[in-house]
Design a protein. Sequence first.
Length: 339
Amino acid sequence: MNAKLFSPISFRELEIKNRIVMSPMCMYSSESEDGTVHPFHITHYESRAAGQAGLIMVEATAVQKHGRISSKDLGIWDESHVEGLKKISDRIHAHGSKSSIQLAHAGRKAEDEEVIYSASPIAFSDAYKTPEEMTKQDITETIEAFKSGAERAKKAGFDIIEIHAAHGYLINQFLSPLTNERKDDYGGSKENRYKFLYEIIEAVKKAWDGPVFVRISADEYNPHGNSDKEFVYFAHEMKKQGIDLIDCSTGGVVPAKISSYPGYQIPKAEMIKSQASIPTGAVGMIQSGIQAEEILQNERADLIFIARALLRNPYWAKYAADELKQDIEAPKQYVRGWM
Ligand SMILES: Cc1cc2nc3c(=O)[nH]c(=O)nc-3n(C[C@H](O)[C@H](O)[C@H](O)COP(=O)(O)O)c2cc1C
């Protein structure tokens, strides 16, 4: 039987050779602290493409300098970033994988900046600075920065953009009632809290005609946070805007105790897929090929995002294929080891 994990999937004109996505993971390795790519990044992403993950997603990459989590984050706020990012994308393509990049802004979770910004002036915890409430002009500039980031991603040759609206970073800070206490038309109702993401998606679409994914935190682990109903509303809105896939993570909005176990976030991907009829990505402690195949066969999600297992083993796809008794193409240099 052909495993679904190794079947291709298309988003618009783009075909990905299998359903395995290298989940975005910050490497905090821009050693020059100016957002540029370093040799480590190229080795890191290329090796996972050689390992046959169908889609490689470059880590959260800051659209504004003050939107970095740390000073060692990758950036895409300046033209000087394009050259290095293009090297990553080219080396991913050299192995037949598709490339994507996660456009991000940390908002109140920026750790190294003097002045930080958010929807409302509420600190994440005592260990964090209190952000300044964004003015209308700050909002406009940030939306413009996501658009410029998309233009640069295009110049760098990426196939897919993912907008990072999860894990309590800036967009999530607007979406959640736990972090957004604004009195203007960006706060209050769910419709208003969605407005910032809405405008970012519209701006990105002006600069980018390829597939766009959005990562959300579909559980805030707090009774006063967004509910399933609100997430389904956001998903419907994203679908209307032409978003190609919702990558369903959870948490990070406010400090919370999360009990994680294999597949703990999959029910969220399943709920959004079935209730909003939009493709979803499943992520979170997906460790084996059999586990991934179950998710796909039961149509609980469309893509399988793998993070830590790919840090342990760049050839995770090969191990999953062996488990599922599938033959997959080896990088030509490695054929003798993959037979
Ligand atoms: C080192 C590390 C860095 C991460 N950085 C990001 C990131 O840049 N963007 C993001 O959306 N998630 C990030 N995550 C979360 C992962 O993408 C993934 O959602 C999470 O680790 C759960 O998947 P796993 O159980 O397969 O590791 C990071 C996780 C790790 C371990």
